[in-house]
Ligand binder design. Structure first.
Ligand code: SAM
Length: 290
């Protein structure tokens, strides 16, 4: 790997090797990294930044390293020449892993500026080049690009409008593969669904294998940003309904999918927000009010 300046005025090989540093330079560099990690705390991603962990006391332990190990095999090992979008990238753990697999372009988006600052620091210290932007999943049309691999991990249940987000991903950014993860609660039984059920058949709603989503009006796990938590049947049905064929289910909460044409939306138009105000309609309405 080519040597590059790491933002601390030091040449790195991208593998932790430091050139032209004496002991006190190295100590000063470590102190700077530690201070910047602390300034940006708390971290949800525990990332090793030159030997310094960003979240050593994480309640989920070494997260998300242990999670990643469970499904890393499902992601192509060589991503050279491919483009990757990480939606809700947080401190960039997965975006950096995609760059380590050789992706040509990795873009991480998140709506939280503090997480993006963490991600930028992680990229700077590791010497991995990733683009980070403040952008909500609801606004991804603004990227105006389709990506070979889209990561949509741990975000669905934080959204008030989860199916809209899946529809927007399908419409605007998913070019081929989608790596999806959601918290799941309730039954993990998955029912073989029939195409239709009679009006008086309400027994299906009492069966564990029927797709169901739990609405969190207040908070779950102390987190007011949790809105909807699907059971397994629902997570899988939503993916299919938004036009994502499930290729692999390598971990309880993780699915590797392929974008396919969205199934016909039963005659209704897709529930997508128009990316821009409809100027013609606005003009017509103003005219009526004159
Ligand atoms: C539980 S974390 C998951 C982080 C990472 N993707 C992972 O799997 O470890 C959820 C992330 O989604 C981000 N997020 C929440 N709502 C979002 C939205 N509407 N658009 C983009 N990111 C969002 C949060 O800021 C947070 O970084």
């Amino acid at each position: 790997m080519a040597a590059a300046a790491d933002g601390f005025g030091v040449e790195t090989s991208g593998m932790g090797e430091r050139r032209g540093m004496n002991g006190s330079d190295l100590a000063a560099r470590q102190a700077t990294i530690r201070r910047r990690i602390e300034e940006l705390a708390p971290w949800f991603h525990n990332i090793d930044l030159n030997g310094i962990p960003t979240a050593p006391d994480h309640p989920l332990n070494d997260y998300p390293t242990w999670k990643w190990r469970r499904f890393a095999h499902a992601v192509p090992e060589d991503l050279s020449g491919r483009t990757v979008l990480d939606i809700g990238c947080n401190a960039g753990f997965y975006a950096l892993e995609m760059k380590r697999r050789g992706a040509e372009l990795v873009v991480g988006i998140d709506e939280d500026e503090r997480y993006l600052s963490q991600a930028r620091l992680a990229a700077e210290v590791t010497g991995l080049e990733v683009e980070f932007h403040r952008l909500s999943v609801y606004d991804i049309a603004r990227l105006a690009q389709k990506f070979d691999l889209v990561l949509f991990m741990g975000v669905l249940y934080h959204l008030r409008h989860p199916l809209l987000a899946l529809d927007l991903i399908h419409e605007h950014v998913a070019g081929d593969l989608v790596l999806f993860q959601t918290m799941q609660r309730g039954s993990d039984v998955v029912w073989e669904l029939e195409e239709d059920y009679g009006f008086w058949n309400d027994s299906i709603f009492h069966y564990a294998g029927f797709p169901a989503m739990y609405f969190i009006e207040q908070r779950y796990a102390g987190d007011p940003s949790n809105w909807w938590i699907p059971n397994r049947a629902c997570a899988e049905a939503m993916l299919r309904s938004a036009g994502f064929e499930i290729l692999q289910h390598p971990e309880d909460e993780v699915y590797l999918c392929r974008r396919v044409p969205a199934p016909a939306t039963r005659g209704a138009p897709p529930a997508l927000r128009p990316p821009h105000p409809d100027e013609a309609m606005t003009a017509r309405r103003h005219k009526r009010l004159e």
